[in-house]
Write a protein that binds this ligand. Structure first.
Ligand SMILES: [Zn+2]
Length: 270
């Protein structure tokens, strides 16, 4: 090998190492269903310190276009339930598009894009915040922004969007006694069922708190939910860990290569 070729090889090797320090393209494709986790869609308002939780409308559109182009089929947990009842497997191209908290921007910004692509999604509501604001955030870290209303949730539901529970008050479950935990789980499920006339089957742990706690998982099951979403990164196994489903955190500073790695490997970053 000539010196020129050798230095080219070294440059290539260094470039490869540089790339792998940020991305894990070398990982094998992961099994399971990708459950995308979004929070806020739009541009972060001035003063927002949690910018990674904001995905712009343009990015969201591009990500939905990626799903369409690669023939993904967005499903809800209600879809999973009816597949399960029919004894059918979740299709290989299944994906869940999920949103935590239930912000107004999910209705104003994400919903029109979902409709454009004819995609279903799942929104986990903080029941005490519906029609109000994100009261649980420390105003030092994140400014107050409006949440969607029951009327807007109803409109989205009639179009195929599923609503699950994210507790009554966005609380860390493991900090509560068993009675209060059960109350957070039961009341939120009952109120969503009353307001939207459809019993929720899905739950998402605020902050991922309590996601690995078997006692809490048992309470979520006892409350009547069929699945619970964690904040563990990766693709989900609906059969093996129904009460601690991995999700794919879509960050505001992700590019389309990150998104591609997330969809295929279950994670983009090391
Ligand atoms: Zn949340």
């Amino acid at each position: 090998m000539g010196l020129g070729l050798m230095s080219l090889g070294i440059v290539g090797l260094l470039a490869g190492l540089g790339l792998s320090a940020r991305w894990n393209w070398w990982r094998l494709p992961a099994r399971g269903i990708p459950i995308l986790m979004y929070h806020k869609i739009g541009d972060p308002p001035p003063g927002s310190k949690l910018k990674k939780l904001w995905v712009s409308a343009g990015q969201f559109w591009q990500q939905m276009a990626y799903l369409k182009k690669h023939h993904y089929l967005p499903l809800t947990f209600f879809d999973m339930l009816s597949l399960q009842e029919k004894g059918r497997a979740v299709p290989d191209n299944g994906v869940v598009i999920s949103f935590d908290d239930g912000y107004l921007n999910n209705y104003e910004v994400a919903f029109p894009i979902l409709r454009e692509f004819n995609f279903k999604a799942v929104i986990f509501l903080v029941v005490n915040a519906v029609g109000k604001d994100n009261f649980w955030h420390d105003p030092q870290n994140e400014i107050r922004i409006p949440m969607l209303s029951w009327a807007q949730a109803e409109k989205m539901q009639s179009w195929g969007i599923e609503f699950g529970s994210h507790t009554m008050s966005h609380i860390r479950l493991s900090k509560l006694g068993p009675k209060t935990i059960q109350e957070e789980l039961d009341s939120s499920r009952r109120i969503i069922a009353e307001k939207l006339r459809k019993e929720p089957v899905s739950f998402a742990n605020p902050y991922g708190n309590g996601q690995d706690d078997q006692a809490i998982q048992g309470m979520i099951q006892k409350a009547g939910y069929r699945w619970a979403c964690s904040v563990h990164q990766g693709k989900a196994d609906l059969e093996r860990t129904p009460y601690c489903l991995n999700r794919i955190f879509v960050r505001g500073d992700d590019n389309m290569f990150d998104f591609h790695l997330n969809m295929t490997r279950g994670k983009a970053r090391l």
